[in-house]
Ligand binder design. Structure first.
Ligand code: HEM
Length: 448
């Protein structure tokens, strides 16, 4: 027997706007708390649109594993305005073909270059940190995290390193672009893109800059003078579409690169900032981490093989991604009327899978708000309860990329510095496109 949709427990919102105010005030906490209050599944309404807040692992599995029934929602159209129709926003057979084509490029063993690139970028950053420390200054952690990730991303994806001014501009534009996407996502009415509102202008200018930069990179990478060929752009350019047997057209290459930049930049930088903050915040736990990274052979560069020998670093990352998942919700829309966990869900209902709520649920975690990396000492994370990279067919394609980059950078950091915080208060959370620290974190580093 299937129960009707309206029999699901619901949030009592405003008569006209429904739960808009509560959702806007805390887009990470509102669906998490609502679903958790009602055993993992509840409904709410914004204007006339119906939503499901979900933290129940069975319902989550069904939603994420049924891409033909649950498709990406209206938010993705706003992302598409910046990145074009790449892997990050598409659905259906076109997405599947592209995903199959790109998957092999993102396997850990194909990503040795991420480790080497991160090592050289982080080395430069740590040298600057040493200089700042000698002068008695503190490091702006979130800013440094953005520089690290955008530089590694640009250097790994493109044919050469970009000059610092271009890196700065790229990081700023993607940051503004994603903020504007979020504004459009939570606004009551979004005017068409051709109306020159501030939000639309910023979005389109970010889109244009990224497009032109990447088009130029593709042109120079295909010239005979192009530099080393280990970068992902060369690998992407050598792929052939299954349905035509031809190389990916330039427009498709640009779209995929834009998707990768936008999907991988702020997520990885938020993860880095939260993890380093946690390491500085828990010196009693960080001691074991220092011992682990010190045990690596000093005369060898980091490699995929060495990075596998860092269980403590891995647990720190897993626990940070549990409490501070950069992608805090996953949204899908029901394509037609369907059944989910005993309820009839009407077509057009938007499911908000709360990664944040699932990761903090006392039903699945003991002392869920405690930072305890050791909870993963004997068991790796349960894939039903720990989904910072999503689940099902849309599982993050950049997961190995991000984890290799994070592990490499953290290892270098731990080998070189002891960490402490200028301000012992916990930073607020800022839930925009990613969940990141809401204020700059000032970090003190002391050479070891
Ligand atoms: C810590 C860092 C990262 C986190 C937490 C993260 C998280 C996620 C999550 C949760 C999804 C699934 C979205 C959904 O189901 O709707 C996703 C998808 C995606 N991610 Fe990541 N990501 C990270 C880093 C990266 C990096 C470095 C790249 C690129 C190099 C990347 C590229 C993508 C792409 C292209 C998709 C769409 C995949 C598809 O739908 O087939 N991500 N990511």
């Amino acid at each position: 027997m299937t129960a009707p949709f309206h029999s699901l427990p619901s949030h009592r919102g405003d008569l006209v706007t429904g739960s808009l105010a509560a959702f806007r005030a805390a887009p990470h906490r509102f669906p998490a708390e609502l679903a958790e209050q009602h055993g993992g599944l509840a409904r709410f309404r914004i204007l006339r649109r119906q939503f499901l807040a979900v933290t129940d692992p069975v319902a989550i599995g069904e939603i994420l594993d049924r891409p033909a029934d649950f498709v990406r929602g209206r938010q993705y159209r706003n992302i598409e305005a910046v990145v074009g129709p790449g892997l990050l926003v598409t659905d259906g057979p076109g997405w599947r073909e592209r995903r199959q084509l790109l998957n092999p490029l993102f396997r850990a063993d194909r990503l040795r270059q991420v480790v080497a690139t991160t090592q050289s970028v982080m080395q430069g950053l740590l040298d600057q940190w040493a200089h700042t420390a000698r002068a008695g200054g503190a490091i702006e952690l979130c800013r440094a995290a953005r520089t690290l990730t955008i530089t590694v991303m640009a250097q790994t994806l493109l044919s050469h390193a970009l000059p610092p001014a271009q890196i700065e501009r790229l990081s700023e534009l993607i940051h503004t672009g994603t903020q504007r996407i979020r504004q459009r996502n939570i606004s009551l009415f979004s005017l068409p893109f051709w109306v020159p509102t501030r939000v639309n202008r910023d979005l389109l200018s970010a889109a244009r800059y990224l497009h032109d930069l990447l088009a130029e990179e593709i042109r120079s990478a295909s010239s005979p003078a192009a530099g080393e060929q280990g970068h992902l752009l060369a690998a992407l350019a050598s792929l052939h579409e299954a349905h035509t047997g031809r190389p990916l057209p330039t427009a498709a290459l640009i779209d995929e690169l834009r998707s990768l930049f936008v999907a991988g930049f702020e997520t990885t930088s938020a993860a880095f900032a939260w993890t380093v903050w946690r390491l500085a915040r828990h010196p009693e736990l960080a001691a074991g981490w220092h011992a682990e990274v010190d045990a690596l052979p000093a005369d060898q560069p980091l490699s995929l093989e060495l990075l596998k020998k860092l269980p403590m670093t891995e647990r720190f990352l897993q626990e940070t991604l549990r409490l501070h998942p950069p992608v805090y919700t996953l949204s899908r829309v029901a394509r037609h009327d369907l059944d989910l966990c005993g309820y009839r869900i009407p077509r057009g209902t938007q499911a908000i899978v709360s990664v944040y709520g699932l990761h903090r649920s006392p039903r699945h975690w003991s002392d869920p708000l405690e930072f305890r990396p050791d909870r993963f000492a004997t068991n790796s994370p349960n894939p039903q309860h720990w989904i910072p990279f999503g689940a099902g067919p849309h599982l993050c394609i950049g997961m190995a990329f991000a984890l290799l980059e994070l592990k490499t950078a953290l290892t270098q950091l731990g080998q070189r510095f002891r960490l402490s915080l200028v301000d012992s208060r916990d930073p607020p959370e800022r839930a925009e496109i990613s969940l990141s620290p809401g204020t700059e974190i000032l970090l003190r580093v002391e050479p070891r």
